[in-house]
Structure formats: structure tokens, C-alpha cells
Design a protein around this ligand. Structure first.
Ligand code: SF4
Ligand code: SF4
Length: 112
């Protein structure tokens, strides 16, 4: 089992989650984060920290797409353990549907 980041994170990227993860298993793309499924210890502390409710346990149905995205990009993007400022318009993107199709970027973020 692992936790996964879904497309609710795209363009929100508040990064509250990275501060609480005991094993530093978040990885940063240009406009979202992902969790490394082999490093996550399923502690669950990040889930309630996310203002966008983007983090889900993979025991919930319908998350296969996000499991694949998290596994693929955790291997490609840099590790992030320290919170930075959220995008200025992050609140405008909270709850917007279909963000993956419109805005997903495979570009890596800055990392730590
Ligand atoms: S707290 Fe939520 S929205 Fe912010 S970076 Fe983490 S998963 Fe994305
Ligand atoms: S469930 Fe725990 S180990 Fe997994 S990403 Fe969240 S805080 Fe990190």
C-alpha cells in the first residue's frame, strides 16, 4: 500500500505535505508533487495536511491512473523535503476539474 497524489495538486502545490513526511518521499514536478510508492510507509500523516485534498490512500477505488503517475514521475523528478511558497494563484485552482488533461507537465520542479 502507498498514498498517492492526484491531479487536485496541479497548480495548487501548497507543499504542506512535504514538511510532515517522516521518510521524505515527495518528488517535485513543475506544477505538482508525487509520492514514491516504494518509499512511502503508509503512515497517512500527509493526507489531512493537504489543503487541496489531493492525497489519497491507494486502497480507495479508481486511483490506478494516479498510482502510475506517482510511480513514473517519482523516478524522474527531484526529491523535495522543505516547503516553499505556494503559487500565488493556488487558491484559484483548488477544486477545478480536469486539471491533468489541461495542465499536467512532465517537467521536473526545482527540488530542495
Ligand atoms: S499539500 Fe497537497 S496540494 Fe500541496 S503539494 Fe502537497 S499534495 Fe500538492
Ligand atoms: S503516507 Fe506518510 S510516508 Fe507516505 S507520503 Fe504521506 S507522510 Fe510520507
Amino acid at each position: 500500500m502507498t498514498y498517492v497524489v492526484t491531479d487536485a495538486c496541479i497548480r495548487c502545490k501548497y507543499m504542506d505535505c512535504v514538511e510532515v513526511c517522516p521518510v521524505d518521499c515527495f518528488y517535485e514536478g513543475s506544477n505538482m508533487l508525487v509520492i514514491h510508492p516504494d518509499e512511502c510507509i503508509d503512515c497517512g500523516v500527509c493526507e489531512p495536511e493537504c489543503p487541496a485534498e489531493a492525497i489519497k490512500p491507494d486502497t480507495e477505488p479508481g486511483l490506478e491512473q494516479w498510482l502510475d503517475v506517482n510511480a513514473e514521475y517519482a523516478a524522474k523528478w527531484p526529491n523535495i523535503t522543505v516547503k516553499r511558497e505556494a503559487p500565488k494563484d493556488a487558491d484559484d485552482w483548488q477544486g477545478v476539474e480536469g486539471k491533468f488533461e489541461k495542465f499536467f507537465s512532465a517537467e521536473p520542479g526545482e527540488g530542495d
